[in-house]
Design a protein around this ligand. Structure first.
Ligand code: SF4
Length: 204
C-alpha cells in the first residue's frame, strides 16, 4: 500500500523520499548499512530516541508541557516524555532547583539509562534567576552534567525545541552515544558526583 514517507539519513546524504514504504525501507537499508559506520548509526539513532523523564522542578515546567502540545509537537524529533527514569535517557531541568529537589534530581539522573543527556532551561537553572540570592537554590551543574542551557524566563517552547535540535547535533558531532558504547563513557564530560550527598542537604 502506498504510504507517504519522508526523511533524511545520517550526514544528510541519500535522502529517502517515497510513496511506497517497501521502496523507502530498502533505500534506507542500503544507505545505512552500506555507507555508514556502526558508530555513526548508533549516534544517528540516538538522536531520534531521546526520551525525557518527567521531573518538573519549577514553573518552566509549563513551557515543557507546551513543547509537547499539538502546536509544537516535539515528538516529531523522536522525543517522548516518559514516566519511569529507567526507560529514559534524557532529562530537562525546568527552572529552579532547590536543595530539597537536588536529591530527587540526582536520584532520577542516576536511575536513567546510559548514555544520558541533560538540558537545563530558564534563568533559574543558569544562575538562580529571580532567586539568585536565596539560601536554598543550587545550580544544576552542581548536581548533574548539563549539555545544553536555555536562557529566558521562561524560555518559550520554540527555545526548548531548538535546544533539543542542538542536543541532537551535539550527539552526532561529538559521537556521544557511540563513544559511550565503545569506551564506557561519552568522552566529552565526566559524571561528577557532588562533594556532598545532595540528599543530606535538606535533612535536619
Ligand atoms: S526561569 Fe522564570 S519561569 Fe523558569 S523557573 Fe525561573 S522564574 Fe520560573
Amino acid at each position: 500500500m502506498g504510504v507517504g514517507v519522508g526523511g533524511a539519513c545520517a550526514k544528510g546524504e541519500g535522502k529517502v523520499y517515497a510513496g511506497n514504504l517497501n521502496v523507502a525501507a530498502k533505500r534506507a537499508r542500503d544507505i545505512i548499512l552500506g555507507k555508514l559506520k556502526l558508530g555513526e548509526v548508533v549516534d544517528w539513532a540516538t538522536t531520534f530516541s531521546l526520551w525525557p523523564v518527567h521531573l518538573v522542578t519549577s514553573c518552566c515546567g509549563a513551557e515543557f508541557a507546551a513543547t509537547w502540545s499539538p502546536r509544537f509537537d516535539a515528538e516529531q524529533y523522536g522525543a517522548l516524555p516518559w514516566i519511569s527514569p529507567r526507560q529514559t535517557n534524557f532529562i530537562i531541568i525546568e527552572g529552579t532547583v532547590t536543595r530539597k529537589m537536588a536529591c530527587a534530581l540526582r536520584i532520577t539522573y542516576e536511575q536513567m539509562a546510559h548514555p544520558k543527556f541533560v538540558i537545563a532551561m530558564g534563568a533559574c537553572a543558569l544562575d538562580g534567576g529571580l532567586f539568585y540570592n536565596s539560601y536554598n537554590v543550587v545550580k544544576p551543574w552542581e548536581i548533574v552534567p548539563v549539555d545544553v542551557y536555555i536562557a529566558g524566563c521562561p524560555p518559550p517552547p520554540e527555545a526548548l525545541a531548538r535546544a533539543i535540535l542542538d542536543l541532537r547535533k551535539k550527539i552526532r558531532e561529538k559521537k556521544m552515544a557511540s563513544n559511550w558504547l565503545r569506551e564506557g563513557w561519552r568522552g566529552d564530560v565526566e559524571y561528577p558526583m557532588p562533594k556532598e550527598d545532595p540528599c543530606k542537604w535538606w535533612q535536619p
